[in-house]
Design a binder for this molecule. Structure first.
Ligand SMILES: O=C(COP(=O)(O)O)[C@H](O)[C@H](O)COP(=O)(O)O
Length: 363
């Protein structure tokens, strides 16, 4: 199915890493008792690929993390349930520490770990039953991601009319799903695609849109204001959505949204509900990742410029007043009402099942 291909562009990498055998348990684990156990190579490779952005984009990261937990479960040689559970928690911690901003990552880990004991609440005494639960939950998570992306695509497509021009920022598989559904309905669309410095994810979007038959004009980020009057919609994805409706997405989204509001162009955020950040319900803020300055200036340019600061935040926060609609698999919402959906899906608090029981705090 095409929708899976949106999200699984890192599939070759993921498939190859799932074949490899175990490596020594990672040294950062504070629990000395774990040092004789192993983290599967698939966990290490996936964590490395997420950190280096070979696997990137919130939905793709979430699917890769769930798959890595399944690989850990399949490879585990634990002889008793408590050792197995500790291994899975350690694998989840390794994945969790890779990138801080996309909440789809901890939400994926929560989904799988909460189902590890099935409905027996910690009483499972058989390692094989735990293994089956983890593998089954990871598969179920993947299937739900695919379905959610397909459903939200249909909702987003309803906002797009034949002949519309969209402007995009970064590369979002949720956004592409909306465009694909509109194209499937026979609508002709055109796109202005922002290149999205410093990593140029706009180039991926441009390629995918071309594959869908959408004519693309690639523009530098600073040309957005110049071309916005020709766009009918700004379409962006999200890494996290906070309880107040703020949207955390690739750096440059907030400036684009302010420009679009000024010029009267509607801003639509395409985001499956795994992008809702449950910890923001209790006042926590979303950490914005800062990445290496070499993404912005190469070493020879750095040498020429001399002794200056280079800042490279990967994401920014768009306040809800600049967002017209958040499109999810459960329908579209004004940003201010997303909190209701968040409470429905996550309750009032978010647990951290990757932590050892004695380290957990209630949010
Ligand atoms: O900001 C990015 C990617 O940032 P990075 O390239 O730094 O990971 C995307 O807009 C969201 O993750 C949504 O993507 P999706 O809709 O595919 O989940």
């Amino acid at each position: 199915m095409f929708l899976s291909r949106h999200r699984r562009s890192s599939g070759t990498l993921r498939d190859s890493i799932l074949d490899r055998a175990g490596t020594p348990f990672y040294p950062g684990d504070p629990h000395g008792a774990m040092t004789t156990q192993t983290l599967d190579e698939a966990v290490e490779s996936t964590a490395g690929a997420i950190a280096s952005m070979e696997i990137r984009g919130a939905a793709t990261i979430a699917a890769a993390a769930a798959d890595a937990l399944a690989a850990q479960a399949e490879a585990s040689t634990a002889s008793d349930p408590e050792t197995f559970r500790r291994e899975l928690r350690a694998a989840a911690r390794r994945l969790h520490e890779t990138r801080p901003t996309a909440v789809s990552l901890p939400n994926a880990l929560r989904y799988v770990l909460r189902r590890m004991d099935g409905d027996r609440g910690g009483d499972v005494t058989d390692v094989d039953a735990l293994r089956r639960n983890v593998v089954g939950a990871a598969q179920e998570f993947d299937d739900r991601l695919d379905r959610a992306q397909e459903e939200l695509g249909k909702v987003g497509a309803n906002r797009l009319r034949d002949g519309d021009v969209v402007m995009t920022h970064c590369h979002s598989t949720d956004v592409l799903s909306c465009v694909e559904a509109a194209v499937d309905q026979g609508k002709q669309l055109e796109a202005y695609v922002k290149e999205t410095r410093p990593r140029n994810q706009g180039h991926i979007t441009a390629r995918r849109l071309r594959e869908l038959g959408v004519p693309v004009t690639l523009i530098v980020d600073s040309a957005a204001h110049r071309y916005l009057p020709e766009a009918d919609h700004v379409l962006v994805g999200a890494d996290s959505i906070a309880a107040d409706g703020s949207v955390i997405n690739k750096i440059g989204t907030s400036g684009l949204a302010v420009s679009a509001r000024e010029l009267g162009t509607p801003i639509v955020v395409a985001a499956q509900t795994i992008k809702l950040h449950p910890e923001t319900l209790t006042g926590h803020t979303v950490e914005i990742e800062t990445r290496d300055e070499r993404e912005v200036v190469d070493e020879s340019t750095r040498g020429d410029i001399g002794d200056i600061e280079v800042a490279n935040p990967a994401f920014d926060v768009t306040p809800p007043r600049y967002v017209d609609a958040i499109v999810t698999e459960s329908g579209q919402f004004p940003p201010e009402s997303i909190v209701t959906l968040m409470r429905e899906l996550f309750g009032e608090s978010a647990d951290e099942p990757w932590k050892e029981p004695d380290e957990r705090i209630t949010h």
